[in-house]
Design a binder for this molecule. Structure first.
Ligand code: BMA
Length: 357
């Protein structure tokens, strides 16, 4: 039933046009004035003249706690808790982090505002932000005791008071909203995880449409793992799409798994690698891929991407901004530990999207 992906090369490199910011990581736990161990996977937009981000913060356990557990020096599995922080910046590089995490990201508070049983909600994480008609919306991943669900919430300019509009059935995450309607509907990319029929992880990128951001349908497959030569495990939408004169530019993440790689991060047996890919979707029917790069856009290479993280070898973009100058800026979680910034001219990104799917 499931289309087969080809073996992925052991060594992958970033596209030649990609420049990592010399100040990377641009945001990390040391910038956060409350308990913070891992600051990564950050939704990011330019809104009302400043860059704003909602970032994931994992806290409560350290690399040493995991090492002690892995070596049998402690019996209890180290627990990481998660909240979301808010920061603003004049340039996307130097950030001022607000003094407290966003209150609505607390699992019990979130459950109350979403009308869910507080015992059901485990954590809210991996935010993406899209501004539609001047109003910011959050897409969030929600771990519950009955599976992973995708959330769409309307919010204010400080990304503070959330109004939950929609929560998917499990399992779904990595949802991103398009910044305006296409063909009269709101549109999102999403990544359901169909395990029953696939036998193992092999998760693809899908699209959904909605008249009102609450009710979603008309789902269509956009990109399968088998279409991406540097993935054999799963894909996920990364940053919200950006409209260019050639179509919708979409950064996605692509995952391959190599069991011979051995331990790869704080966990005992993490064996996957996350790269970023780039594709163009049709302006009028964004379920159609009109171009894709067969090579990764960003592969883990820098020291903070390949070592020392909760999971090493992870590039997990959540924000893409194309400046008026044409400079494209991609913010990404690196090694599940810090936030990096990579840049490239938008024309070069488009030029990479040469292969039809
Ligand atoms: C995914 C999610 C992300 C994480 C990534 C790499 O499954 O949990 O939050 O960044 O794995 O560990």
């Amino acid at each position: 039933m499931s289309a087969q992906a080809k073996p992925v090369p052991a060594r992958l490199t970033s596209a030649a046009c990609i420049r990592r910011h010399p100040g990377n990581p641009v945001l990390s736990a040391k910038d956060v004035p409350y308990a913070a161990n891992l600051v990564f996977n950050a939704g990011l937009v330019k809104h009302r003249g400043r860059y704003v981000t909602v970032f994931r913060n994992d806290f409560g356990s350290t690399a040493q706690d995991f090492e002690d557990f892995n070596q049998g020096r402690r019996t209890a599995y180290p627990q990481l808790r998660t909240n979301l922080g808010f920061a603003t910046s004049p340039d996307g590089i130097t950030w001022t982090v607000e003094g407290k995490p966003l209150p609505d990201s607390d699992p019990a508070t979130f459950a109350r505002l979403a009308g869910l049983d507080p015992k059901e909600v485990c954590r809210v994480y991996d935010p993406r932000i899209t501004v539609i008609d001047g109003k910011p919306y959050l897409c969030l991943a929600l771990d519950t005791h009955h599976g992973v669900r995708g959330v769409i919430a309307e919010t204010d300019d400080e990304l503070r008071n959330w109004k939950v509009l929609h929560i998917t059935v499990p399992d779904n995450r990595n949802m991103v909203l398009f910044p305006h309607k296409v063909g009269g509907n709101f549109v999102r990319l999403e990544r359901p995880f169909p395990v029953y029929s696939r036998g193992r992880d092999r998760f693809d990128i899908w699209l959904g449409r909605s008249p009102d951001l609450r009710y979603w349908g008309d789902h269509a497959l956009v990109l399968g793992v088998e279409d991406v030569p540097f993935a054999d495990d799963k894909l996920g939408p990364a940053a919200p799409p950006v409209l260019t004169d050639r179509g919708w530019l979409v950064v996605f993440h692509a995952v391959d798994r190599d069991d011979s790689r051995g331990k790869n991060g704080w966990e005992k047996a993490w064996k996957k690698r996350y790269t970023a890919g780039i594709m163009l979707l049709d302006r009028d029917d964004p379920s159609k891929v009109i171009g894709m790069s067969k090579q990764p856009l960003i592969a883990p290479e820098a020291p903070y991407e390949v070592a020392g993280g909760f999971r090493d070898h992870v590039i997990f973009p959540c924000g893409l901004i194309v400046e008026p100058s044409g400079e494209a800026k991609i913010w990404y979680g690196a090694g599940d530990a810090v936030i990096g910034l990579a840049t490239c001219h938008v024309d070069q990104l488009i030029a990479l999207c040469t292969s039809p799917r």
